[in-house]
Every structure is written in structure tokens, then in C-alpha cells.
Design a protein around this ligand. Structure first.
Ligand SMILES: Cc1cc2nc3c(=O)[nH]c(=O)nc-3n(C[C@H](O)[C@H](O)[C@H](O)COP(=O)(O)O)c2cc1C
Ligand code: SF4
Length: 357
């Protein structure tokens, strides 16, 4: 089962354990340019046996970043770094996707953007954003599509569209934020319009062989609405559904802050939601969140709760997690800190410190 192969769009994924996208911010990225240190970070995890890598969120626009140190894919000068990264991962025979992102309300490098005027608190911090005009929406759609074309030029096997965690596309999907009355709002269909335009635009521009994944919140605002969206995304060309949290929970990763799964299901609610999505949507599903031990992942795969299991913090602490479980070696465990230190200073991560002796 650790070595169960799956082929998607002619790309062989040699393990169902994938690397989840995780911004790092500690590898000296400036002006969105990928550094050698960041390439080594991914290369080490590709060597460690993961089936596929979904690279941390890459911003599609200079003025839509979450941090000044976020990687970018908004201009051709950035492609050199992406090409080297892709090559390093492909040399380990591991497919790689670029996660395309715009921070929306949480933008720090430009004017925060939202479907409707926003003034509120997300994860304990106050935010204000102006309503986007139709022209701005169409421009942002093109930025996602052009970023996907650049990703394809750089050699990526596909892209993942970030539609979760309260960022731009999540805010359009959310009835809490999207109060528009034009074709980009109103009912569920209207709220999906921007994501659908992007998906079909990428499929048209990048062709049928390019993998298209979507990271979607299960609570946008509830499971039924999210499942409805996922079905529409399949029709628009989505190949893979990566289930996470939406605007409601604003991307919280703290299991203690999440409501429990129904029926005593022994995993967090994101994983429960992935299992529900798998029963409703006709495309492979990636489950993510809180997987630390191999037995947990194997249970989900064997019980067909998900087609793939993505590992986040487990791989930050032990880049060789997959290889070690295959060899029966002990892994370095994530301590589930209340706030993960990787987006500030990874040297302080207790797992990283233990791994590096
Ligand atoms: C440091 C850090 C950075 C993250 N950055 C991203 C990101 O760039 N894109 C994304 O969709 N999720 C991001 N996440 C969420 C992870 O992909 C994952 O869903 C979450 O950590 C739960 O999985 P885990 O318990 O296996 O870590 C990040 C998480 C962490 C800890
Ligand atoms: S040990 Fe703490 S800092 Fe390190 S990956 Fe886990 S949560 Fe993040």
C-alpha cells in the first residue's frame, strides 16, 4: 500500500503519500524568486519517497502576496528558479504541482481584495478590503491562467488552484463575504463563477495532459455546498480534489480549535469531510490534516476514505517520513505546536532540531 502506484494524466505517482503545500518564508525569497535553499528543501523531501509534491503557494500577482517572502509566478524572470526546482524533483521521479494563489483580503503587498466590501476579523486579526470591480475580477482570472501557462513552461506536471483558507478564491465562494449581485455572486453558481472561469481557462490554455487540482474548503459554507462546487469543478476540468478548510475556519490548522468529526470518526473534521467528498464526487480525493503516524494514513487508504493522503508538518519534521516507514525506521515526530514555526523561523521547530541533531 505504501507503494501503490496511481497514474494521473500519464504521470506516475509512486506512493499515495503526498507532500502538502506549505509556505516556508525562511529561505531568503525576495521578489518571489526561488532560492537554492528552497530547491534543496523540496529535493530532500522528493528523495524521502513522497508520491507527489505540491509546492507551497506561489502568488500569481506581485500585489497579491501573503508575505514579502512568498514565492511568485507572476513574471517570466521567476521561471528560472521554478525550472531548477522542477528538475531537481523530477530527477527523483516525483511529479510536482505548483499551487497558484492570491491572498485576497489577506494581501500585504497591495490593496487587499474581496468580492464585496469587507471589514472583519480572521484568526484574531482585523482586515479591511474593498469590493473588486468586474474589470479587476477579469484581470485576476487572467493572472491565474497566465501563471498556469508559466508553470507549464517551467515543466510542472500541473497546478493546484488555491480555493481555500479565506484567500481570494475562497472569499468568492463564501456567502459570508460574497454579497455581489452580478454574475460573480448571488447564488452558489455565481459565487463559483470566478473559479470556474479560471479552471476552464487553464484547461483550454494548458491542454488535457496537465494535472488540475483544486484545494477547496469543505465548509464553504457547508459540506453540501462544497460538494456541489466540487462536482461543477470536475465538469470544468478538475482532476484532483484536495479537501481542506474554507472561509468559515480561515485555514486554521489547530485541531483543538476544530469541531469534532461526527459519529466518533477517529480523525479530524477535514479528513471526515474528505471521506464524504469521495462518496459524492467523481474524481480522486486527497485527505490532509493531522496525519502523523503511518497507521493513520494506511487506515484511510485501506478503508477507501481517500485516494491520497497529504502530509504537511510530518514532512517538515522528517523529510524521509515515507522512506523510513517503508524501511520500518523510527521517524522524527511533529509536536503539534499551537502555531507552527515554519512560516516564521524553521530553525526553532523542535522536529527540525531533532532531525538535524
Ligand atoms: C508552515 C505551514 C505553511 C502552510 N502553507 C500552506 C500553503 O502554502 N498552501 C496551503 O494550501 N496550505 C498551507 N498550509 C496548510 C497545509 O498544507 C496542511 O493543510 C496543514 O498543515 C494540515 O496538515 P498537517 O497536519 O499534515 O500539517 C500550511 C501549513 C503550515 C504548517
Ligand atoms: S514541531 Fe511545531 S514547528 Fe515543527 S512542524 Fe510541528 S508544529 Fe511546526
Amino acid at each position: 500500500m505504501y507503494e501503490k502506484e496511481t497514474v494521473i494524466k500519464e504521470k506516475c505517482i509512486r506512493s499515495p503519500f503526498l507532500m502538502a503545500p506549505m509556505v516556508t518564508f525562511g529561505y531568503g525569497v525576495e521578489d518571489g524568486m526561488i532560492t537554492e535553499e528552497l530547491i534543496s528543501h523540496y529535493e530532500e523531501r522528493a528523495r524521502g519517497g513522497v508520491g507527489m509534491i505540491i509546492v507551497e503557494a506561489a502568488c500569481v500577482a506581485e500585489d497579491g502576496r501573503l508575505s514579502k517572502h512568498q514565492i511568485g509566478i507572476w513574471k517570466k524572470e521567476q521561471l528560472e528558479g521554478h525550472k531548477k526546482l522542477v528538475q531537481a524533483v523530477h530527477d527523483c521521479k516525483v511529479p510536482i504541482l505548483s499551487q497558484l494563489h492570491h491572498a485576497g483580503i489577506r494581501t500585504v503587498s497591495g490593496r487587499p481584495a474581496a468580492p464585496s466590501k469587507f471589514h472583519g476579523v480572521l484568526r484574531g486579526k482585523g482586515y479591511t478590503a474593498e469590493e473588486m470591480t468586474t474589470e479587476e475580477i477579469l484581470e485576476r482570472e487572467q493572472q491565474f491562467i497566465q501563471a498556469a501557462v508559466r508553470a507549464q513552461d517551467a515543466g510542472y506536471d500541473g497546478v493546484e488552484i488555491h480555493c481555500a483558507h479565506s484567500y481570494l478564491l475562497s472569499s468568492f465562494l463564501s456567502p459570508t463575504v460574497n454579497h455581489r449581485t452580478d454574475r460573480f455572486g448571488g447564488d452558489l453558481r455565481g459565487r463559483m463563477q470566478m473559479a470556474l472561469d479560471i479552471l476552464s481557462g487553464i484547461r483550454r490554455s494548458c491542454g488535457d495532459h496537465f494535472i488540475l487540482s483544486v484545494r477547496l474548503g469543505f465548509d464553504e459554507p457547508d459540506l453540501e455546498a462544497s460538494a456541489h462546487m466540487a462536482k461543477a469543478f470536475v465538469k470544468a476540468g478538475m482532476d484532483l480534489l484536495h479537501v481542506s478548510t474554507g472561509f468559515g475556519s480561515t485555514g486554521s490548522m489547530d485541531e483543538r480549535a476544530m469541531e469534532p468529526s461526527p459519529d466518533g470518526f477517529p480523525f479530524n473534521i477535514r479528513i471526515w469531510a474528505a471521506m464524504q467528498m469521495k462518496q459524492r464526487v467523481k474524481c480522486p480525493v486527497i485527505a490532509v490534516g493531522g496525519i502523523r503516524q503511518v497507521q493513520q494514513g494506511m487506515f484511510l487508504l485501506e478503508q477507501e476514505c481517500a485516494d491520497f493522503v497529504a502530509l504537511g508538518r510530518a514532512l517538515l519534521c522528517d523529510p524521509q517520513w515515507v522512506k523510513k516507514i517503508k524501511q520500518g525506521r523510527e521517524i522524527v515526530s511533529c509536536r503539534n505546536c499551537r502555531k507552527c514555526l515554519w512560516s516564521t523561523d524553521y530553525h526553532k521547530c523542535p522536529g527540525w532540531r531533532e532531525y538535524h541533531g
